[in-house]
Ligand binder design. Structure first.
Ligand code: G3H
Ligand code: 13P
Ligand code: ZN
Length: 307
């Protein structure tokens, strides 16, 4: 199975009515946990790598881990730059072996976002690399009381269609009420599904949901039982993710749940066996916890058996 672009995976997901998980990777145990779950479920996946991850692990280590994962598993796995902002890093990914890049210029005014995104599309497409753009800013819907503010932050369906047309992006990350990290909602979690439906209807490309971690109970309970301080942590409920996928989201980004799962596993081992100092004894369980999270996401997104 060759390396694949996000676009290939997402177009298939769009036609099939399911979504592909994009899981952030920073080291060997994380990618092994992801791939092991995908193998058991015969699922495709997007290996997402942030600029921070590249800085942490090193470009060549990231690339080697990905290539080994593809060779060992035979699965359709994409290697995707997550939230690319630095054009030099984006160029290196395009030239150096990534199969997809995201240009996140969502903090800029519309026209500047279009120009920055268009520039990346022009670099990436001749090289066969797919591009994800972003329009809107991620913020929990409940935090936005003012209607004008809400409209300024969440993705406007008409602007989204103009953005897609003007940039030539292959997929679009949208703001419908999710946010990054472990503290997404103070009260009842809510996504703007009506807005999502309008965006899907106005843009004929796959739609991406960032900030989609669920902060599962078992993950939170394990981490806090062993001393993690995560008061008020709350994610997007599974039902809301399922609803978003049903209504056209084709790529679902998960990082926080992997971080929390690793944390709980490492804390448990270090608390239960304080004399332990073999890294395999705490990173092994961390890898297992990653695998469990990814297995649950594959079931939630409906990508099992789609490899
Ligand atoms: O959305 C961002 C991802 O969670 C990656 O985070 O930039 O700290 O690696 P990072
Ligand atoms: P979470 O923080 O909800 O896991 O979102 C991750 C993400 O959007 C990565 O791009
Ligand atoms: Zn994100």
């Amino acid at each position: 199975m060759p390396m694949v672009t996000n676009d290939e995976l997402m177009q298939k997901a769009k036609d099939g009515g399911y979504a592909v998980g994009a899981f952030n990777m920073n080291n060997m145990e994380i990618i092994q946990g992801i791939v092991s779950a995908c193998q058991e479920k015969n699922s495709p996946a997007i290996i997402a790598v942030s600029e921070g991850a590249i800085k942490y692990a090193g470009f060549n280590f990231i690339l080697s881990l990905y290539r080994t994962a593809v060779d060992e598993s035979g699965l359709p796995l994409a290697l995707h730059l997550d939230h690319g902002k630095d054009l030099e890093v984006i160029k290196r990914c395009i030239e150096g072996g990534f199969t997809s890049v995201m240009i996140d210029a969502s903090q800029l005014p519309f026209e500047e976002n279009v120009a920055a995104t268009r520039e990346v599309v022009e670099l990436a497409h001749p090289a066969g690399i797919s591009v994800e753009g972003e329009l809107g800013r991620l913020a929990g819907v409940e935090d936005i009381v003012d209607v004008d503010e809400r409209e300024a932050i969440l993705t406007d369906p008409q602007s989204a269609a103009e953005f897609v047309e003007a940039t030539g992006v292959d997929s679009l990350a949208v703001a419908i009420g999710t946010s990054h990290g472990a503290y997404k909602f103070k009260s009842d979690p809510k996504l703007d599904i009506k807005r999502l439906k309008e965006i899907v209807a106005s843009c004929n490309i796959p739609i991406v949901l960032h900030g989609a971690s669920g902060v599962p109970d078992w993950v939170l309970e394990r981490a806090t039982k062993y001393g993690a301080q995560l008061k008020g942590a709350r994610g997007v409920p599974n039902e809301a993710i399922a609803e978003a996928v049903k209504n056209g989201v084709c790529k679902v980004n998960i990082d926080t749940d992997l971080r929390l799962a690793m944390l709980g596993a490492v804390r448990e081992v270090l608390t239960e066996t304080p004399q332990q100092f073999d890294p395999r004894k705490y990173l092994g369980p961390a890898r297992e916890a990653i695998k469990r999270v990814v297995t649950e996401k594959i079931d939630l997104l409906g990508s099992a058996g789609k490899a």
